[in-house]
Design a protein around this ligand. Structure first.
Ligand code: ZN
Length: 357
């Protein structure tokens, strides 16, 4: 009996050692991989034919693109991508959900003036934000993600709009909406619903209505960062249970993300992050892409890889695109994610940046 149990323990030690070494190898591969991985955001069009998609996705794959984020659930597109060796992830809008608010207007985020996103959306009609503090909202999103991940052709979830509405818009948009947002204005500051107020009071023992300048309250800020992070954590549990990766498109730097949309992405449980480093939105020049990547890399401290999201319409020419790619990769990005037209010229540029120096 004793002999048997000794062998049993030896086996366990042996298996654990093997598993531990496998884990180490996996991590090493992730951090020391000598190839860049590129991605693309795609809104699938229903009239695309399978032949067209096969040809297009082969070109993507040949240029070093490893995966596509699809903004809609189109099995045809997902399977066409996978057939060419690409990963096919579902790009999902998370907190900005008109579909959910139509059935449940009471879930809407409420601004500092008491107006609800359900009938008073800020800036644009499609801005229909849900309140992240509501248990029903978290349950709804968890179920939505669960149902999506149950599909065998979905390789992972890519979260977008995982934040509050912009309390301050990117500076280049001020002229678009004729607004000067040099301070946090009450009509764009969310969420002041009864649930948020009650939960804030429970945690910080302060009545939000009694705070003279709530927009300056540090604990109220933390509360809202955490409210969104809690949603991410819940979705992350579902992704882990399904053994599929969870990633997010986020604001360009940790600082900008917190200041403009209360998004604390460096502290999220993700498999990778895709900051939208859209320099034109912030009236910045191409070298700023490098600064933004550097700041993000410091914030995540190697907990997961960062891929730099570049916005094609912001570049004046292809030479600028190439410079943007170089700034991103030289500062630690694991690859590039393209938003906008992925022309043959852009694919040719990307394909030059496949192997790390
Ligand atoms: Zn709320």
């Amino acid at each position: 009996m004793k002999k048997t149990s000794n062998i049993y323990w030896l086996l366990i030690v042996f298996i654990s050692t093997i598993l531990a070494s496998c884990n180490t190898t996996d991590k090493k591969t992730e951090t020391t991989s000598n190839t860049y991985k590129h991605w693309v955001w795609v809104n699938p069009q229903s009239d695309d034919t399978e032949e067209e998609l096969a040809a297009k996705y082969k070109k993507y794959h040949d240029a070093g693109i490893v995966g596509i984020f699809f903004e809609a659930d189109s099995e045809k597109h997902f399977r066409a991508a996978k057939a060419q060796g690409l990963e096919a992830h579902r790009w999902m809008w998370i907190m900005n959900r008109r579909d959910a608010l139509q059935a449940h207007p009471e879930w809407a985020a409420v601004n500092r003036k008491g107006k609800s996103c359900a009938d008073h959306p800020p800036y644009v009609d499609y801005y229909r934000w849900m309140c992240p503090s509501r248990a029903e909202v978290a349950d709804y999103l968890v179920n939505d993600v669960k149902n999506t991940l149950a599909k065998d052709y979905v390789d992972g979830i890519h979260m977008d709009y995982i934040r509050f509405s912009d309390v301050i818009l990117a500076v280049n948009l001020w002229q678009v909406y004729s607004i000067k947002q040099t301070e946090e204005l009450p009509e764009y500051d969310y969420c002041y619903c009864d649930i948020c107020k009650a939960k804030f009071k429970e945690k910080y023992h302060k009545d939000l209505d009694s705070i003279e300048y709530p927009q300056e309250s540090l604990s109220w800020r933390s509360f809202r960062y955490d409210a969104v992070s809690n949603i991410v954590n819940k979705i992350s549990e579902v992704a882990k249970a399904n053994n599929k990766p969870l990633t997010a498109a986020v604001f360009p730097t940790p600082d900008v993300a917190k200041r403009l949309v209360r998004q604390d992405w460096t502290n999220w449980s993700l498999d990778a992050v895709y900051p939208m480093i859209y320099h034109g939105f912030y009236k910045e020049d191409v070298p700023w892409i490098g600064d933004a990547v550097k700041q993000g890399m410091r914030g995540i401290d190697e907990r997961f890889p960062l891929y730099a999201g570049l916005y094609m319409p912001d570049f004046k020419n292809n030479q600028e695109v190439e410079e943007g790619i170089k700034y991103a990769l030289d500062n630690g990005a694991s690859g590039i994610s393209i938003f906008g037209d992925l022309s043959d010229d852009i694919l040719a540029i990307l394909s030059k940046y496949r192997t790390k120096k």
